[in-house]
Design a binder for this molecule. Structure first.
Ligand code: HEM
Length: 181
């Protein structure tokens, strides 16, 4: 489906949906893996986190290209200027956050001498004294805050102004107005 003035096209919807699911999985994965004791679970979670992180990085690069070459709908209607600025800032923050997380994650692995192959990664070699480790830790927390603001902003707009979730093909919290068609 092509993007229209009201909705995102199918490629943008799929990229958004897959990236969102992977990122939502990565956060608890990252938090648990750094806190469980050594063993198979820790190693498996580290390997999965890095593998999925690299996929999220690739998807995000494609999404950034798509922002410029793909069709996009206009801004949601009836959005006051302060909210437009906040929306833009949160979007830029989320994209930047993904790149900083990916770069710091990759930097941490290379700096620790762990290599970039997720399937042979040994969490025991990771050096948490390195700057990329601190960066990844801090930015991952700021990133969680941004995601909460993003979801809260979308839901509040959806409930007060109209069906904005269906622009991204998300069939949740359908408004009465949207159910009529
Ligand atoms: C959207 C992308 C990403 C998110 C949201 C994310 C999130 C997280 C979180 C929440 C933690 C736990 C931090 C803590 O509380 O100690 C973590 C740790 C970690 N992440 Fe990521 N991450 C992402 C991408 C990546 C990528 C691309 C890589 C590597 C290629 C990576 C490698 C690591 C490593 C090695 C750790 C463990 C750090 C340590 O042992 O202290 N992450 N990540």
């Amino acid at each position: 489906m092509e993007a229209t003035t009201d909705t995102y096209g199918k490629p943008a919807r799929i990229l958004h949906g897959v990236s969102a699911l992977l990122i939502i999985a990565m956060i608890p994965m990252g938090i648990v893996m750094t806190r469980v004791g050594d063993g198979g679970l820790k190693t498996g979670l580290y390997r999965a986190h890095v593998a999925i992180g690299l996929v999220v990085l690739l998807l995000t690069l494609v999404r950034v290209v798509w922002v410029f070459v793909g069709d996009r709908p206009g801004e949601p209607p009836e959005m006051p200027p302060w909210r437009r600025r906040l929306r833009l800032g949160i979007h830029i923050g989320i994209y930047s956050g993904i790149f900083v997380l990916a770069i710091s994650g990759i930097g941490l692995l290379i700096g620790s001498g762990a290599g970039l192959n997720p399937f042979s990664l040994d969490p025991g070699v990771i050096n948490r004294d390195l700057l990329p480790a601190t960066t990844h830790w801090v930015v991952s927390k700021l990133f969680i805050v941004l995601l909460v603001f993003h979801v809260a902003g979308v839901i509040s707009y959806h409930r007060s102004k109209g069906d904005v979730l269906s622009r991204m093909g998300i069939p949740l919290l359908r408004t009465r107005e949207a159910n009529l068609d």
